[in-house]
Design a protein around this ligand. Structure first.
Ligand SMILES: C[S@@+](CC[C@H](N)C(=O)[O-])C[C@H]1O[C@@H](n2cnc3c(N)ncnc32)[C@H](O)[C@@H]1O
Length: 319
């Protein structure tokens, strides 16, 4: 947890260290569920890339000519252990990892509204394998901390960054429920694809507000229902087959949540329907995907009969 030394004194170091140590003790056990990801991480970390490019849509770590055929096979075998790959695309030593999500599309919508990241301390909450953290690195932040409680995604990021060697990126097995311990720490927080999984979305936004420095910015992206009324859907068991979905707001509803949580200068800067062009089954993610979640006879509805999802982007500041 090298990131601690970069945080201002307002951080609750005792609390963060305790959670970190507890989770490290947990994840370092020699149990099958942890070894299935820890071992490929260790194997992949033997490969150090010289060529890194995070400025393009495909995050590129290592080129094909840096490894021989046998080494490339070993890299491919290691990467496959992290299937299903949800976020990407990546190119690793010449191996194209075509993930379920074309994450570069989301990033393209954010770029025009991106605050200056140069020299800044940034949090990416629910960072998954770190695709967006790698993209942020191209803007020269001082530090990007990924909070990610999933062991699979945690080790996938660690594997990728052990090959990339980007010191300004770090990850911890924390969740958004710990963000308030980072009091007044961040210049920019990214909350992408998370808020509809929270049972108390306004509480989550208040905690994120606490974690920002005065003048700091939240970039918020969420699955949403279409509409101009400030309302939210509260689905029964699943929404688009995804369990653990609580409130699916419209863009204006999310705007109001942000204002209620204390954000100023809130702007709702983009909205578009979700589609099978952006989320689909690939060789690296062989399970069901978007087209299986939507009613085949009524494309405007999910399989549960709810409005089909769109994606909304908002931004707000702490004064
Ligand atoms: C829908 S994905 C979004 C990933 C990424 N932020 C994006 O926009 O593509 C949700 C992510 O949140 C992570 N997650 C699950 N519980 C979480 C929690 N309590 N706090 C933060 N992230 C969590 C999941 O493991 C997963 O990587």
């Amino acid at each position: 947890m090298k990131y601690l030394s970069a945080l201002p004194s307002s951080a609750h170091f005792d609390k963060i260290s305790k959670i970190h140590l507890d989770r490290q003790k947990w994840v370092n056990q020699n149990k099958k569920g942890f070894l299935r990801y820890r071992t490929p991480f260790q194997n992949l970390s033997r490969f150090q890339a010289t060529y890194i490019d995070c400025s393009g849509d495909i995050v590129t770590i290592g080129s094909k000519d840096e490894v021989n055929t046998d080494e490339q096979r070993r890299v491919r075998d290691g990467l496959k252990k992290f299937m299903p790959w949800r976020k990407g695309p990546f190119s690793i030593f010449g191996i194209d990892v075509d993930a379920e999500w074309r994450s570069e599309r989301k990033w393209h919508h954010i770029i025009p509204e991106l605050p200056d990241l140069k020299g800044k301390i940034v949090a990416d909450i629910g960072c998954n394998n770190g695709y967006y953290m790698f993209r942020m690195s191209a803007f020269e932040p001082r530090l990007v901390i990924g909070l990610e409680p999933s062991v699979q995604h945690y080790y996938c990021f660690k594997a990728l960054n052990s090959m990339a060697g980007l010191d300004q990126l770090d990850i911890d097995l924390l969740g958004v429920e710990h963000i308030h311990y980072f009091e007044s720490c961040f210049d920019v927080v990214f909350l992408l694809g998370i808020i509809y999984h929270r049972p108390s979305p306004i509480g989550t936004l208040r905690d994120i507000h606490t974690s920002l420095q005065p003048g700091g910015t939240l970039i918020l992206e969420s699955q949403a229902i279409p509409g101009s009324e400030p309302i939210a859907l509260f689905p029964d068991k699943t929404y688009a087959k995804v369990p653990g979905t609580y409130f699916v707001p419209t863009g204006p509803c999310l705007c109001n949540w942000m204002k209620k949580a204390g954000f100023k200068n809130v702007s709702f800067f983009c909205s578009h329907p979700m589609s099978a062009q952006e989320q689909r089954r690939t060789a690296w993610m062989q399970f069901e995907s978007y087209e299986d979640f939507i009613d085949k006879n009524t494309p405007g509805k999910t399989v549960e009969g709810y409005p089909a999802p769109c994606r909304v982007f908002l931004k707000g500041e702490k004064q």
